[in-house]
Design a protein around this ligand. Structure first.
Ligand code: ADP
Length: 579
């Protein structure tokens, strides 16, 4: 249980303090009418047993007056307490979410490869929602509902311990039942959360891939996967409710049977003459009010048990090691790969013992068949992953000790699959430099040959682009991403040449934009068309993660080997050139 509170509070149990205290006070306030009821009962009872003294009306009116005051006080106290407890709970959940999102940002990309994207979304939305509900509702309810039964039990012990024990006799059995089935409940909750995540992931996959599904007529097949995941969710939901329901219900019935036991034992004691009628009546009066909150306790417990698994998932991500390193990087220096080996999975090496050096302000082209590891080289330079062995250094700084953020500040990346955010086109360029002025954005757009087409859009730079940039053509998106990179003006440019054929007009514009981008920078370009890299300072030829050749175009095309083979194949190809 300690671990549970530790998990839901995101590792800081103390933050639960204010809302727990508020709930405790709420419970105490709720006890007042019950205590007054006892007093009223006594007042009436005395008037019957001692008719000479009559009904103590002063006391009666005093109790009524106290109740009226209680109404106002409790209203004031409740609003204050709600504010305190719920505000604290929601703040805790919001801070926790942000902390987790920040943590996720510092994880290596390898971590995301291991998880379904829908799973991550669910973690932040659904799992946190569950924990948030527990902190804001279940936990305060649980605490406040315990106060009255606890106080009643203590008071009753003094009044008549036999009756008090009779009243709460079955409660430990109910609790024992919950405790005994704890691991079953945990397993069911775990399966249900997993089924929920699986269904959300399949739904996300279905919606994201809807274009491909339509194009390749995969509706039946993909829909089948979606259907199966929903079937599993339905099955696990029914199982969870079907098994948990009777368990909680039995625990509730057992607890409530305390009333019956108490009446039985009370009657027996009255007949035996060891219990007086007023005490018995008092037990009946308060007893009925004790069991409702206890039912709430059991229901809250069930829900809290469920969210324990969500909290566990959140803590697991929080425990995941982030990328370490604080050292700044001098990106104007040379890039060196020294015996670098790397694999996305431990059992499939992608790069093996790769060594090369890139001089500052030169253009290096990476060439090789698809899957040879070209993109991997650029991802390792950006430290999306850390190497398995060997060293990558920039300006003499080993990247494993470099600050990932400071490194990324010095890199511009232009990939083939450009992602544009659902925002205005101007703001999409501004991502390169968040404090850029409109003039700077337009200047970058001009150099990237996109000012003209942006100016012709209905709202110019304020025109919204669809998510992923679906409203722009491939060539336009690429130029927008080059404008971003130009605005960033980083010392190192990582460039993945477009393989998709662009129309001649777009191609010339992209070529011009790239030539603007690479001037006076250290450039690493993944080249698919060799014609474009004839003037590169150095060409590295990769095959199955190994460096098989290196040199200039003249050197490599003159001697037999992989490059000469590729060159003769592509000689006829038309394309642009990096000058
Ligand atoms: P290239 O850019 O030369 O086409 P990549 O560097 O993209 O090659 O890929 C090299 C190898 O690594 C390929 O076998 C590819 O399947 C594998 N690979 C690439 N990205 C990942 C990833 N995120 N997870 C696992 N394997 C990957």
């Amino acid at each position: 249980m300690n671990r549970y509170f530790y998990n839901i509070s995101g590792g800081n149990v103390r933050t639960l303090g204010p809302s727990a205290l508020a709930a405790l006070l709420e419970g105490i306030i709720k006890v007042v009418p019950a205590a007054l009821l006892v007093d009223l009962f006594n007042t009436f009872y005395l008037s019957f047993t001692d008719p000479a003294s009559g009904l103590d009306t002063t006391r009666l009116w005093s109790v009524c007056a106290i109740l009226v005051v209680w109404l106002f006080v409790s209203y004031g106290a409740y609003s204050l307490l709600y504010d305190k407890s719920y505000r604290a709970a929601y703040k805790l959940a919001a801070d926790g979410r942000l902390k987790l999102a920040e943590h996720i940002r510092h994880l290596s990309l390898g971590y995301f490869g291991k998880r379904d994207p829908g799973d991550m979304t669910n973690l932040l939305l659904s799992d946190y929602g569950q924990v948030e509900h527990t902190i804001s509702h279940n936990l305060p309810q649980l605490i406040s509902a315990i106060v009255l039964p606890l106080l009643a039990f203590t008071g009753f012990l003094f009044l008549d311990w036999r009756m008090a024990l009779a009243m709460f006799m079955a409660l430990p059995i109910g609790i024992l039942l919950l405790w005994a089935t704890d691991s079953l409940q945990a397993r069911l909750s775990e399966k249900h959360v997993q089924a929920k995540n699986e269904a959300a992931s399949r739904l996300q996959e279905y919606l994201t891939g809807i274009r491909e599904i339509k194009a390749h007529n995969l509706g039946g097949k993909r829909f089948e996967r979606l259907r199966q995941s929903f079937d599993r969710l339905k099955r696990d939901s029914i199982r969870l409710e079907g098994i948990m329901g009777p368990i909680i219900l039995s625990a509730m019935l057992l607890t409530r049977s305390g009333m019956t036991i108490m009446i039985g034992i009370g009657s027996y004691l009255i007949v035996g003459g060891t219990l007086t009628l007023p005490v018995f009546l008092l037990f009946l009066l308060i007893g009925t009010r004790v069991f409702d909150p206890l039912t709430v306790v059991l229901l809250s417990y069930g829900e809290m048990r469920y969210s324990a698994y969500s909290a566990q998932r959140i803590m697991d991500v929080q425990r995941e090691r982030t990328m370490q390193g604080q050292a700044p990087v001098d990106a104007s220096g040379a890039i060196r790969f020294d015996q670098v080996s790397f694999g996305y999975n431990p059992d499939t090496p992608v790069l093996s013992k790769l060594s090369f050096a890139i001089k500052p302000q030169t253009i290096t082209a990476l060439v090789g068949p698809s899957g040879s590891g070209k993109s991997t080289v650029t991802r390792l330079i950006a430290r999306f992953w850390d190497v398995d062995s060997g060293t990558i250094s920039i300006g003499g700084q080993d990247l494993r000790e470099a600050s990932p953020e400071k490194l990324l500040q010095q890199l511009s990346m232009v990939f083939q699959d450009v992602y544009l955010f659902q925002d205005t086109i101007g703001n999409n360029i501004r991502i390169g430099k968040m404090d850029a002025t409109q003039e700077e954005i337009e200047a970058a757009a001009r150099r990237a040959c996109c000012h003209e087409f942006i100016s012709q859009l209905p709202q110019g730079y304020d025109t919204p682009v669809g998510e992923g940039g679906s409203t722009l053509s491939g060539g336009e998106k690429q130029r927008v991403s080059i404008a971003r990179a130009l605005l960033k003006d980083a010392s190192i440019v990582l460039l993945d040449e477009a393989t998709a054929s662009l129309d001649p007009e777009n191609e010339a514009a992209v070529q011009q934009a790239i030539n603007e981008l690479v001037a006076n920078k250290t450039v690493i370009i993944i080249a698919h068309r060799l014609k474009t890299i004839q003037h590169a300072d150095q060409i590295l030829v990769l095959e199955q993660g190994k460096l098989v050749q290196s040199g200039t175009h003249e050197q490599l095309s003159a001697r037999p080997g992989v490059y000469a083979g590729l060159w003769s194949l592509q000689q006829q190809a038309e394309g642009w050139q990096v000058k």
